[in-house]
Design a protein around this ligand. Structure first.
Ligand code: SF4
Length: 523
């Protein structure tokens, strides 16, 4: 664990000093090269969310580290390669981050030492090549007024512009992530005289793409979301009034915080310890302040969050993700019915949609594929032999239940098709008579630039194959049907969720749009 000595208070009331210093990152410098680059296995067939974030402002807690732990534990599905937390105890920062799962990285003893009043945490997944501790979060920068920490979910699309602009200022980030660059940019604004709120706003004005971020200083918690609200982000309060922000409401539930609302597109929500608790004391409600980024704000939440990434027990826009998936399954049954004996989900991603299909069609729901709950992502490279076993490690078919049946198999998506092929082969080998594959989303045809790991367009099965019939043949199923983009939008119930990977319409643009954009604020 890194311990930062108490620094002068970083707040909006102070006028930052002029002697701005190059900020320095932390642990990675002390690591050996082998420690810095752990292996990752992004070939497990699943799509990966890049991160989950959590933040808390709580003056009354004796165990802030424990609360953060539970919050991160609930967000583990959003990132399994590294995790970390930063807590401030009377302005003294304690930071701990490592490769591994939340329950591998933190133990009782460590959590006991992570006391404080303001804290943020992060779980991270990264693609092959940048899976190292140097990119684990929260990131920390030393501002002229103390250490500031930042954790980020999403992906910026003008990272190279930011890097170029910061490089020109002689501020090359120690890491190479967009999150580091955001923190450096805020720090630069601070060094030029802005207060914290203005510095955050000025920096985020130039950040394009997807971000749901938490920022912490010794006495302030900030939650900010991009203009399009691409990644989910919510806030709530505990019974004692503490403020909690998180990627998903399932992380509020586990710390007994009540979901209040989503952080709005373009919103920067600020809670400062003294004024928050003054509000709580006088009016029974902690005081927060919200201000907004300039320009158009639109609600373009990633529809894939609703289809697959978010936990089904989370609420988004005040609605249950579980119900959304159930309705997708019902819609599938309405527009793509088929005569069959059983409905079988591909666990866990197809579970809820399969229930919806079964209820709508009246065909019995059967758990024909049993998932090994103890297989997860690790940062230890599996042996070649284990890799070869592939899907068998994760799923085992119930032969007696499946044999000679006409099965409707429901999954949330087909991306590269490799996993689907293996599952179909497995089902055929145990005697399933007919396989009717039903997908509770549309064909994935485009890459995601907003924080989901599927950037290679050529790998997408929908682009490799000529048409639906060709995909059906290569998957070796009897029938194959998807929902349409319109179905996804209609069931979502709000106007314009991001559907870019299905439709090619990118609500926040693509990296190409920013190739020649200059960042004027730094000239
Ligand atoms: Fe989500 Fe797809 Fe949009 Fe990426 S491109 S944010 S995965 S809907």
């Amino acid at each position: 664990m890194l311990l930062f000595k108490p620094d002068p208070v970083l707040s909006n009331k102070l006028n930052p000093a002029q002697n701005f210093q190059q900020p320095s990152e932390d642990q990675s410098a002390a690591l050996t090269p082998s420690e810095q680059t752990m292996s990752s296995s992004s070939d497990d067939g699943a799509l990966h969310e890049k991160c989950g974030v959590f933040g808390i402002l709580d003056r009354g807690s004796a165990g802030l580290g424990h609360t953060l732990y539970y919050g991160l534990y609930a967000l583990q599905h959003r990132g399994q390669e590294s995790c970390g937390m930063a807590v401030y105890d009377n302005h003294q920062l304690r930071l701990h981050k490592e490769m591994g799962l939340v329950n591998q990285v933190f133990n009782e003893h460590l959590l006991d030492s992570l006391t404080g009043q303001v804290g943020i945490g992060h779980t991270r997944y990264s693609t092959t090549g940048d899976s190292n501790l140097g990119n684990a979060q929260p990131v920390v920068v030393r501002t002229p007024f103390g250490a500031m920490t930042l954790a980020h979910n999403g992906n910026l699309i003008n990272t190279e512009m930011l890097r170029e602009a910061l490089t020109k200022q002689g501020l090359v980030g120690h890491g190479d992530s967009d999150s580091h660059l955001m923190a450096l940019y805020i720090n630069l604004m601070l060094s030029r005289g802005a207060g914290l709120k203005d510095a955050v706003k000025q920096a985020l004005e130039v950040c394009q793409g997807a971000f749901s971020i938490v920022i912490a200083t010794g006495d302030t918690l900030i939650a900010a979301r991009d203009r399009h609200g691409l990644r989910p982000f919510c806030m709530g309060r505990t019974a004692k009034g503490a403020l909690v922000v998180a990627s998903e409401t399932c992380a509020l539930d586990i710390v007994n915080a009540t979901y209040e609302r989503d952080i709005m597109p373009g919103e920067i929500l600020v809670a400062e310890l003294d004024s928050y608790y003054a509000g709580l004391h006088h009016e029974g409600r902690g005081y927060t302040e919200s201000f907004f980024l300039e320009g158009n704000k639109t609600e373009n939440l990633c529809v894939f969050e609703l289809v697959y990434f978010a936990r089904p027990d989370s609420m988004i826009h005040g609605h249950s993700v579980y119900n959304y998936r159930m309705n997708l399954g019902r819609r599938l049954a309405q527009i793509h019915p088929v005569d069959a004996d059983i409905v079988v989900p591909v666990p866990d991603s197809g579970n809820v949609a399969a229930v919806g299909y079964s209820r709508e069609s009246g065909i019995p729901y059967v758990e024909g594929l049993i998932k090994n709950r103890y297989v997860g992502r690790t940062f230890i490279s599996p042996t070649h032999e284990l890799r070869e076993k592939g899907i068998q490690l994760k799923l085992n078919p119930l032969r007696d239940v499946l044999k000679d049946k006409r099965a409707i198999v429901v999954d949330d998506s087909v991306v590269r098709g490799n996993t689907s092929r293996k599952i179909v082969k497995m089902l055929r080998e145990c005697g399933v008579k007919e396989i009717h594959f039903r997908i509770s989303s549309a064909q994935v045809t485009h890459p995601c630039f907003y924080g989901i790991d599927m950037s290679n367009r050529d790998e997408l099965i929908a682009n490799q194959m000529e048409d639906l019939e060709a995909i059906r043949q290569t998957l070796d199923v009897d029938t194959l049907a998807y929902l349409s983009v319109e179905d996804l939008v209609n069931v979502a119930g709000y106007e314009a969720p991001c559907t870019a990977c299905f439709s090619g319409h990118y609500p926040a643009g693509t990296p190409k749009d920013y190739q020649s954009t200059l960042i004027n604020t730094l000239t």
